[in-house]
Design a protein around this ligand. Structure first.
Ligand SMILES: [Zn+2]
Length: 215
């Protein structure tokens, strides 16, 4: 496992590692192709998911817990304290999100944790998880959707039962935070029989297909 703050040298190393992998897969009879994801589309998708998931979750919450539960939004807690706690929990959740990716992917890696990198991209202030091995589609999917389920869907469901707006809003943000991952999974339907690899510098991923297969 490597934990690092991304810089030019690291970017160059990741590029080199990617090129080495492409050469290695080429020798095994696989060809690398790129699936790019539009940043604009990802943002629009994020807003849509926020509106839809937020709307459905809040409606379900109100249906189950009654309309009066809206007044319990902040509970008895001081509003500023509530927001501060929320912000802190949210920041921690961003890191936990990346950890879950690495945790789920490492089981399938030949070198286990040795192939998982956690880093922080100082340019856009986001942490990331990068797996240095190409993964099969089911493994890649599981690792990609894991954080959205654990930090999004599960908190939403629990929040409805324990009547916690805090947890509900945490879950909705958890789902929105996983939008990039959901988008990747959505594009995977086109590439069924291939190995996948997070692209080191493009928004998207590389997929390796057997050379004779023309998919
Ligand atoms: Zn993610």
């Amino acid at each position: 496992m490597r934990i690092e703050v991304e810089n030019e040298a690291i970017r160059a190393r990741k590029k080199q590692e990617y090129e080495d992998l492409v050469a290695e897969m080429d020798a095994k009879g696989y060809e690398a192709r790129l699936e790019k994801i539009s940043v604009l589309f990802a943002n629009i998708f994020g807003i849509l998911v926020f509106v839809i998931v937020g709307g459905i979750s809040a409606c379900t919450y109100l249906m189950v817990n009654g309309r009066d539960s809206i007044y319990d939004f902040f509970g008895s807690m001081n509003h500023y304290l509530w927001m501060l706690i929320f912000l802190a929990v949210y920041v921690v959740a961003i890191f936990v999100h990346e950890f879950i990716h690495g945790f789920l992917w490492h089981f399938a890696c030949e070198k286990k944790w040795g192939s998982i990198d956690f880093g922080f991209n100082a340019k856009n202030l986001t942490p990331y998880c990068h797996c240095r091995e190409a993964l099969s589609r089911p493994v890649y999917c599981l690792g990609a959707i894991g954080p959205t389920i654990i930090l999004g869907v599960i908190p939403i469901v629990i929040s409805i039962f324990i009547q916690s707006w805090f947890l509900l809003s945490f879950g909705v943000i958890g789902v929105v935070g996983g939008c990039g991952d959901l988008l990747v999974i959505f594009t995977l339907r086109k590439h069924r029989d291939c190995m996948l690899f997070d692209h080191p510098y493009e928004v998207g991923y590389a997929y390796f297909v057997e050379k004779q297969k023309n998919q």
